[in-house]
Design a binder for this molecule. Structure first.
Ligand code: FAD
Length: 351
């Protein structure tokens, strides 16, 4: 393989995922992070928008931090399909040579990102929890050049038992995927405008193009816990699906939602949609109640950014107390109903 001329690669690019002509939240979250990275590198932010009739979304991308939008529009791109979308994004990378390419770790991004990275012959770090610019290796090593201004991609490794920081020093772009909810979008800049570039690499349908016969959308019966301001989360310690009633009562009194640990999902007590953690959702509510949850690293990875964490556990040495702002040691069956009563009484006194 020819050695890449790394100097040619400039700018931070974000894959601006849209579905049915609507931007996904992750696109805006990644733009927020891209701005930080671009500032450190003294460069700008480009959103790559791929679809059939999507130009109307450019202004929103500008409001959330894109300096430039590259739009790839083609009738072949109406619905997401691996082959034409890969061709679109890989062609943009080959033509515009970004230094960094960020993709959401959504169902679409998990399909698209690795394929594109293979096609443009670079690496990809999946499910990053932190992205920053720095030196690699982190500390100078004898007989190894320390490179500056590298994208340092941090993610859990070995089943979440350790945290690894990964770089891609010899290839470009440096590609990372990030799960929804991990990065934060900026407050929109009203009336911001981006430079718009239209680019179409040409699409020639072939045997690799899948024909879509029917699209069946799954209808979720649960609320999105990523949007909740207050989460009352239960673990195996709750004991049974029926006993979640006491958590539901507390959530109702507080105007919050119920979520859970993986043990609860594995037991079939609650649907996977409600799971918080490394293999569930990343949440950052204003208040997170961890009730009967031990605080395994894979759970904590999904909730440690919450503003205030309240833990209720009968085991005073449970690791959840290490991340909690407030801890209550005792039986949740006694504490939770009392808490609910207290909240109700407080609300009644304010009427
Ligand atoms: P337990 O660890 O069994 O803890 C139950 C807690 O309840 C204990 O601390 C106990 O003291 C307390 N308790 C019991 N009875 C009472 C009572 N009456 N009153 C008060 N407290 C009581 N886990 C996740 O949550 N999310 C993930 O996304 C996730 N991803 C994973 C990915 C991988 C690759 C792996 C290997 C694991 C993952 N896990 C995840 C599992 C994780 O390691 C833990 O097994 C899980 O979080 C434990 O759930 P828990 O805290 O509800 O149960």
């Amino acid at each position: 393989m020819n050695k890449m001329n790394l100097e040619e690669y400039k700018g931070v690019f974000v894959y601006a995922q849209q579905v049915d002509g609507e931007l996904s939240g992750i696109a805006l979250e990644l733009l927020g992070k891209a701005r930080d990275l671009a500032k450190d590198l003294d460069t700008n932010v480009t959103a790559v928008l791929v679809g059939a009739d999507v130009k109307g979304l450019c202004d929103k991308l500008a409001e959330y931090g894109a300096d430039r939008v590259i739009v790839v529009e083609d009738p072949e791109l109406k619905e997401y399909r691996t082959e034409p979308y890969t061709h679109a994004l890989a062609s943009v990378i080959n033509e515009y040579k970004p230094e960094i390419m960020l993709v959401g770790a959504t169902a679409i991004g998990r399909d698209l990102g690795p394929r594109v990275s293979a096609r443009v012959a670079t690496g990809l770090t999946a499910d990053c929890t932190m992205l920053e610019i720095g030196d690699f290796p982190l500390n100078p090593l004898p007989n190894q050049e320390q490179k500056h201004n590298q994208l340092l991609m941090t993610r859990p490794a070995f089943g979440g038992n350790t945290i690894a920081t990964i770089a891609c020093p010899d290839n470009r772009p440096q590609m990372a995927t990030v799960r929804p909810g991990v990065m934060q979008k900026i407050a929109p800049i009203t009336d911001a405008k981006a430079e718009i570039i239209e680019y179409n690499p040409g699409f020639t349908p072939n045997d690799n193009y899948v024909e879509i016969l029917d699209i069946v959308k799954s209808v979720s019966e649960t609320v999105d816990i990523m949007d909740a301001k207050i989460l009352v989360s239960g673990g195996r310690g709750v004991g049974s699906p029926e006993n979640f009633k006491i958590l539901e009562d507390l959530a109702e009194a507080l105007g919050g939602e119920v979520s859970c640990s993986r043990a609860v999902v594995d037991n079939g007590w609650k649907p996977k949609d409600l799971q918080v953690g490394q293999t569930g959702k990343t949440v950052r509510p204003q208040i997170y109640f961890a009730i009967g949850i031990s605080g395994a690293i894979q759970h904590v990875a999904g909730m440690e950014e919450s503003d205030v964490i309240v833990a209720i556990n009968k085991d005073e040495s449970a690791p959840i107390f290490d991340v909690a702002d407030y801890g209550l040691v005792g039986d949740l069956n006694k504490i939770v109903p009392k808490l609910t009563e207290a909240v109700k009484a407080y609300k009644a006194s304010k009427k």
